[in-house]
Design a protein. Structure first.
Length: 472
């Protein structure tokens, strides 16, 4: 039961504060709401809340960075709310020992469940909070599916559990693995990656655990394996689903005992690593088919992280494009902007190669486009050359999107000059008539026939729109 508990809400939006107050009215005995850091600090000087719910961006500062050091009991749970839906925000929330992080807009039922759980137990502050990284760690996007990934990564920052990253090829599994490492307890140690699909079967054990001189033909000296190289840090086992069964057995023993020996060696070495594995395969199918050990799967699948395909997070494509353009510019590629119609083509594409494919296409466009503004024809050409065979496809939908964008701009802020319809009509009709006249080389009778209108009507509209039929 949470009756009698005190909740402090720090939120500068009165509407959101009212909704939260009404939602949580039955969850606590006292509910206090303030709208700034100064008001929060003044309230905390005289009260001890059982739970703090705080926004990040407040009128007088950062709700996360300003919270430590103001006399809050370190065992007081904190729930962070933020419209800044980035991995950095999730990590910083974890850095102050927050109980939960909910990106805006949040689900009220989810908030209520989090509040109930937080009031029933307290969370210890995380170690090393001062060293929390302040960047996105290469992860870009604010789609709901990515928010779930950010929250999971943030919750991994204070433990050393094994992680299994699942997702299609090109979704960014190694980027996520590096983010888990750089935000975790072992961030000062090495990050060592090995692709299990790229190592010959007979060499996998030597690659993982190292070998002694003379252990096999060609072993002319002792070599440290990846477990030894990653000591104190993170070992990333990419494409774990392609690991041979015999090597799986050896890996399982290491994960069970936290010890291993080199190939040809007898000394037991400590496996001082965090293991993060990844695969694009369906692991449960591999287990059912007998191609992957079930016990090893459960050892690796302690914390699963599932990455969404790019087609399920199309709203992130503009931000990803900007990210790749910026990265390319730092590598010497020219800066580029994308015309709205070109960006719409990118957003419509299914991207079977996911984020990796998008990055390749954007960099190719940066090099091959002649203008600083990339147009739809540039995108169409590059996608066709890459074998996708994509065309402008459904121009009616592109027109509808362009009209939607233009109308939104004209009506922004609830304004509008009362002439929006006639101006849009003139823009569209002018383009229609000019193109038709060019196609028929100025022949007004033929233009009227193709347009399905009376010749006199055509002449009237040409005069009204100031279109010279001889030079359309």
């Amino acid at each position: 039961m949470t009756a009698g508990k005190t909740i402090l809400l720090v939120e500068d939006d009165p509407a959101i504060a009212l909704i939260i107050r009404e939602t949580l009215a039955t969850e606590c005995g006292q509910f206090a709401s303030v709208g700034s850091i100064a008001e929060r600090n003044a309230w905390l000087a005289d009260h001890r809340p059982d739970l703090i719910i705080t926004d990040v961006v407040l009128p007088d500062g950062d709700g996360i960075d300003s919270l430590p050091g103001v006399g809050v009991d370190p065992l007081t749970p904190v729930i962070v709310l933020s419209a800044q839906n980035t991995l950095d925000t999730a990590v910083r929330a974890t850095g102050i020992g927050s109980y939960d992080y909910l990106p805006k807009p949040f689900d009220l039922d989810e908030l209520t469940a989090s509040v109930r759980a937080a009031l029933q137990r307290r969370t210890l502050p995380s170690e090393g909070a001062d060293a929390a990284p302040q960047d996105s760690h290469g992860l870009v996007g604010r789609a709901p599916a990515m928010q779930a990934v950010y929250r999971t990564i943030a919750r991994l920052a204070t433990n050393d559990l094994a992680v299994l990253i699942l997702g299609e090829s090109g979704t960014g599994k190694e980027v996520v693995a590096r983010a888990i490492h750089s935000t975790g307890l072992r961030r000062s140690g090495p990050f060592v990656a090995i692709n299990m699909a790229a190592i010959p079967r007979e060499l996998i054990e030597a690659e993982l655990f190292g070998h002694e001189k003379g252990a096999f033909t060609g072993a002319t000296s002792r070599n440290a394996g990846r477990f030894e190289q990653a000591a104190g840090g993170t070992l990333f086992l990419d494409e774990i689903g392609d690991m041979p069964l015999e090597a799986q057995t050896r890996l399982l023993r290491v994960l069970q005992s936290n010890e291993y020996s080199t190939v040809g060696g007898s000394q037991a070495l400590k496996a001082d690593v965090r293991v993060v594995a990844a695969t694009h395969r369906d692991m449960r199918t591999l287990v059912a088919d007998g191609r992957f050990r079930e016990d090893l799967f459960y050892r690796l699948n302690v914390i699963p992280v599932t990455l969404p395909p790019l087609r399920d997070r199309r709203s992130d494509i503009p931000a990803l494009v900007r990210h790749f353009i910026d990265a390319g510019r730092h590598s010497g590629l020219p800066d580029r902007q994308f015309a709205p119609a070109a960006m719409q083509l990118l957003e419509r594409h299914d991207w079977p190669g996911n984020v990796r494919e998008l990055g390749n296409v954007v960099q190719r466009l940066a090099v091959l486009s002649r203008d600083t503004i990339v147009g739809p024809r540039d995108v169409e050409s590059v996608l066709r050359e890459s074998g996708e065979g994509v065309s402008l496809a459904d121009p009616a939908e592109l027109i509808a999107r362009a009209v939607d964008d233009w109308t939104r701009e004209q009506l922004a802020g609830g304004e509008g000059d009362g002439d929006v319809h006639s101006r849009l009509e003139a823009i569209v009709e002018t383009a229609l008539l000019r193109r038709t006249l060019r196609e028929v080389r100025g022949n007004q009778l033929e233009a009227a026939r193709r347009l399905g209108i009376n010749r006199n009507t055509l002449r009237k509209r040409l005069v009204q729109l100031a279109i010279d039929p001889a030079q359309p």
